[in-house]
Design a protein around this ligand. Structure first.
Ligand code: HEC
Ligand code: HEC
Ligand code: HEC
Ligand code: HEC
Ligand code: HEC
Length: 466
């Protein structure tokens, strides 16, 4: 019984056996295909790590990087595009014509001759060459630090690649005449090499004034919860100075590369050395207190005689006071958001206003739709603008009152207090005007600062009446 049962049942068993062999073979083929496919995708995704060995510290020209990084290069060259958003723009419009009060605010200073809306990175060197501030006034080589791919010039002047030599070259180039210093740099704005190590394309900072500035900040006791690596360094031995390239996290670096230039600065009198004023911290008041301590002024005001300060694009400092910084959101998160091209995730190197790109710049973190996100920005900007208009009116009226008092022969002694109020009010107003987000990077901080500007302007008027 069992034998006759065995024979016919062999057939299904063989069938099952062959089917298994065929299925296994197919599976092997399929898996192999899948693995190869995944590998290809991975290779594609990893192509950023296929580092060319032809790049060196002298590969300033972005075209040299193009072959290996065509997508980043394409975005980079698109910074030449010109588009306007409500409170921003990329077309170098004349700010002085737009707001006639600026001529009074900057009376006696180069900014009353020519002051324009900034535009894309592609233009930074060209716009510096064109401004009447350079044509009509003598400017130092220090101007090139943030407008050109300047590192080779520092290394050459300093005689080598070490930090000490770069620092020496930096000091020398700062002190040169702008024209002579310009002849040392190739015709490139900020280039790949300024934010990336040519050996491995990792983010890095290069600018000496920034490195010295953040070291001074680390030495201070200003709380910087948004820069955890600085807080960590402070708890260590502090034997070596804080080094952002060694200590900062990748997320911090996505901000620090921008903080090389988008910051408040001044030139040291006599040496024209470029300095970032962070000795007491990053807040508007901490910077002012440094200037007061060293008795610094940018210029004497032509209409009031006050010793004035000019604020310059303090994006990094102002961002530092906002909720996004505190939540670990970097400049690159909003201004260079990720984009997908095939299997490849890359950073958008077309650096510009995030309002031109809300889907990628904001909606990765915020679930509201595009028009709602835009509306939220516009509310902040409209409120800031309204308060700014009041601060402008206050400062203008203080200037007029002081002019009038002078004409009436008011003794010098009696205008000293109003002059110091003028300095304080204008510094605050300008801090928010010169900052480029119209309040967005730190809305409450902008209201606080403009509120103080209005208060000081009016206190100045009251002091005159006394
Ligand atoms: C080497 C200095 C430098 C660095 C580094 C730098 N910027 Fe700029 N940036 C400039 C200058 C200068 C301009 C103005 C150029 C002009 O008006 O010709 C500018 C303009 C801009 C603009 C205005 C663009 C437009 O279309 O109006 C944005 C936005 C911007 N930068 C963001 C960033 C961000 C974000 C980073 C970091 C990823 C960064 N920048 C790094 C110097 C720099
Ligand atoms: C610390 C970095 C830094 C230094 C130093 C610097 N700039 Fe700029 N400059 C910027 C940034 C960032 C912008 C874009 C943001 C803005 O215009 O507010 C800019 C914008 C400009 C613009 C276009 C807008 C305008 O103001 O008309 C001109 C022109 C310019 N700078 C000229 C100069 C000159 C001249 C010097 C030297 C006196 C100088 N810059 C020094 C960072 C710098
Ligand atoms: C949470 C998102 C966000 C972060 C983070 C952020 N920004 Fe912005 N930034 C904006 C928005 C929104 C505007 C307003 C744009 C407009 O009005 O068109 C703006 C405006 C600017 C502008 C003027 C742009 C233009 O086209 O006129 C500059 C320059 C800038 N930011 C630089 C920086 C720098 C440098 C950092 C980091 C220190 C930074 N931003 C961090 C969202 C961000
Ligand atoms: C102002 C600074 C800046 C400049 C200039 C710049 N990059 Fe970047 N780049 C960044 C930032 C920020 C990232 C994001 C890095 C990260 O998140 O680790 C990045 C990322 C990259 C990456 C990694 C892949 C990716 O897209 O995220 C490559 C490759 C790259 N950049 C190539 C270039 C090339 C090529 C140029 C010149 C044409 C260039 N970059 C110019 C700031 C810059
Ligand atoms: C990487 C994530 C991230 C990105 C990108 C981002 N945000 Fe935010 N945003 C946050 C976080 C986190 C908060 C704080 C929310 C909290 O803690 O409740 C916040 C808060 C805000 C707030 C409230 C601010 C306040 O003062 O309370 C506004 C408005 C806002 N974001 C707008 C934007 C806009 C507009 C963009 C794009 C330009 C943007 N965010 C991009 C993460 C992000």
């Amino acid at each position: 019984m069992s034998g006759s049962n065995l024979t016919p049942s062999r057939w299904p068993a063989r069938l099952i056996y062959f089917a298994t062999v065929v299925a296994t073979a197919l599976a092997v083929v399929a898996i192999t295909y899948l693995l190869t496919n995944i590998q290809t995708r991975k290779d594609e995704a990893n192509q950023r790590f296929a580092i060319p060995d032809i790049l060196t510290e002298d590969s300033v020209d972005p075209a040299l990087w193009r072959k290996n990084f065509p997508r980043q290069y394409d975005g980079y060259v698109r910074t030449a595009d010109m588009v306007r958003a409500k409170h921003s723009g990329s077309d170098a419009i004349d700010k002085l014509a737009q707001d006639p009060l600026l001529k009074h605010f900057f009376a006696g200073y180069a900014f009353s001759i020519d002051y324009r809306e900034k535009r894309g990175h592609a233009y930074m060197l060209e716009d510096q060459e064109k401004t009447e501030r350079v044509k009509q006034k003598r400017q130092p080589g220090a101007c090139l630090h943030c407008h050109s791919s300047v590192m080779p010039a520092y290394r050459k002047k300093g005689g080598g690649d070490s930090w000490e030599q770069i620092k020496a070259g930096f000091e020398e180039v700062c002190a040169m005449e702008w024209k002579d210093a310009h002849s040392l740099v190739k015709n490139h704005p900020v280039a790949c090499i300024d934010c990336h190590d040519p050996k491995n394309v990792q983010l890095r900072v290069t600018r000496p004034a920034f490195i010295l500035g953040i070291q001074a900040l680390a030495q201070s006791s200003d709380k910087v919860p948004h820069l955890p690596s600085v807080e960590r360094w402070r708890t260590g031995s502090k034997k070596d100075a804080y080094d952002p390239n060694k200590e900062a996290s990748r997320q911090e670096m996505r901000t620090l590369v921008c903080a090389q230039c988008h910051v408040e600065y001044y030139f040291q009198p006599k040496t024209s050395l470029l300095v970032y004023p962070w000795f007491k911290g990053l807040k508007m008041d901490a910077i002012e207190s440094h200037y007061d301590e060293i008795g610094f002024r940018d210029w004497p005001h032509a209409e009031t005689g006050a010793s004035m300060l000019k604020a310059q694009h303090p994006e990094f400092e102002f961002w530092s006071q906002g909720i996004h910084a505190r939540s670990g959101v970097s400049c690159a998160d909003c201004h260079m958001p990720y984009m997908r091209e095939g299997a490849v995730k890359i950073s958008d190197h077309h650096v510009r206003s995030p309002l031109l790109n809300v889907a990628r710049a904001c909606q990765v973190c915020h679930r509201q739709d595009e028009s709602e996100m835009k509306a939220r920005v516009e509310i902040v900007q409209a409120r800031t603008k309204a308060l700014m208009d009041r601060a402008e009116a206050g400062v203008k009226e203080l200037i007029d009152a002081m002019k009038h008092a002078k004409e009436q022969g008011t003794p010098e002694m009696k205008v000293q207090a109003p002059q110091s109020f003028h300095r304080k009010a204008q510094w605050r107003l300008d801090f928010i005007m010169a900052e480029n987000s119209m309040g967005f990077h730190a809305p409450q901080e902008s209201a606080r600062i403009l509120g103080e500007a209005i208060d000081y302007a009016r206190q100045g008027q009251i002091a005159l009446l006394r």
